[in-house]
Design a protein around this ligand. Sequence first.
Ligand SMILES: CCCCCC/C=C\CCCCCCCC(=O)NCCO
Length: 589
Amino acid sequence: MALEKVKGLLPEVEVDRYFVSAVLCGSATAILVSRWVSQRRVQKKLEEAKRRRELGFQRMENAARQFKQQNPGIKAAPILSLPLVELAAKLRDGTLSPESVLYTYIEKALEVTQQINCVTDFLPECEEQLREVKKQEKGLLYGVPVSIKENIACKGHPNTMGLVKYLDRPEPEDSVIVKVLKKQGAIPFVRTNTSQGILNIDCGNTLFGQTLNPFNHKKTSGGSSGGEAALVGGGGSVIGIGTDVAASIRVPCGFCGICGFKPTGYRLSVKGTTSPVEGMNSAINVTGPMARDMDSLVLCMKALLCDELFCLDPTVPPLPFNDEIYSSSRPLRIGYYDGDGYFQPSPSMRRAVQETRKLLQEAGHTLIPFTPPRINFLVDELFTKGVSADGCSTLVENFDGEFVDVTWTNQLRCCKMPDLLKRLLALILMPVFPRISRHLNALIGVGSVKNLWKNNVDRMAYRDEFIAEWRRLKLDVVLCPALGPAFNLGYAGKLFVATTYTHLYNVLNFPAGVVPVTTVSEADEEELRHYKGYYGDPWDKRMKEAVQDAVGLPVAVQCVALPWQEELCLRFMKEVETLSSERRGRRKI
Ligand SMILES: CCCCCC/C=C\CCCCCCCC(=O)NCCO
């Protein structure tokens, strides 16, 4: 009846059924064919990139082999075991030649990447740089081979972030950070793997594959600077540079048992580095050093904070490294917390903080409990809503036409959901899983420019509140958990929100770094069996599964200072490193 009525309202037109079916079938075929053609194109590009990558590896392998044959007396082990400070000193005084160090590290990096797939490409121009450094005045990093995360521009190489669409865009010039490193005599020699699109704490993409943890191949190296952390942790590089907008230096460093430092945004240059959501300012993207020990991080920061940096990027404040603050031994007032109220720490994360707190107290510092204010508001309203202010459209566009890596499918599905569905699901989930419901709501974004400005105002107010509490307690620094231990493969891409411990300090824009202090014990593993999480929801269940089977893996703590107090933060990190390594030494006796 109703259909008849509607028909009656429509103008009388002769419809040729065969013609309509032909048009529909033709359109469907055209769509399928064009999709197939574009997938073939992507596939071809992927294969070509893999072939080029292999050729690059072979070329460097040959160069290293040739050098070794010509210099049979050079032993790798004594070079590879030198911490950066000693290595740099030996290079400067001529005890070691830049060639011997570079080719030794090339060989080692090849060996490490064959096991855990952490290097994306070798930089053949490192051989030219080898000749170049000899012509210039010896800098603080004279002759030191340096590894670079793949989203930091090296002239002639694309910043792909594991996305095929960027393969054809070689960078026209080095990033400022790379230029400064070269000015200081360093030799960038490899680029390292990232998560696809660099907004993930895993490290896998369809271009370069999955990077594994150097200590346990069933675990991820973490991300997004996971290639860097795995290479340094595996001994294939003595110093590397990563980027961090939420976790990407600190999480992989924690997972791979090395030190990593995220300075205040703008203290180091990000010119020439690609960010996961270009233009987004709700969490600040930074570059920072990653290395096996604290002295290496400090030497790298000293080298980077030089006139060359201030001249190449005038948006960086001209603040050279302040040795007086770094060298001070004045006792500190240290705030601490072992859980943030959003994601319950794993037993080893909490123990790492508690044991470090005790060591610091015994060393004469004052430890004061500290609670980050309004954590749900910070995570859902300021971080997640801020990062996805555009309803995730910038990020989703990045994945258009790409084969999506398994480490991303879960999260991308959430991001791609129509707003109405996100809202509906959030409503349904609210009574049972309130945390997941709030997250879904946040992924809708802010809706208007006016709301984005309001979000910015809220962020500033939150920062003032945080600083006021810090000041009320007269704190110098804060000690808190670093996410860990390394997740089992397949979990990181489903546990983005476990980055609360780190992304808080990108929203606040405070300097923060991680230092490994302990390893997972049998007792931690046993305690994990009773882990319920703060909410008992599917995320908590996943977290428990993610960190299981980790006995012996490294666990770090996080050290934080107020903005622009990089030197104080590094001093605190160094103290934590010294105290925990002394304790480990005592335990061995
Ligand atoms: C725009 C979509 C947002 C999706 C959901 C946001 C929630 C959590 C995201 C946290 C993931 C952080 C991974 C680490 C990112 C990072 O620091 N990248 C370095 C970039 O230089």
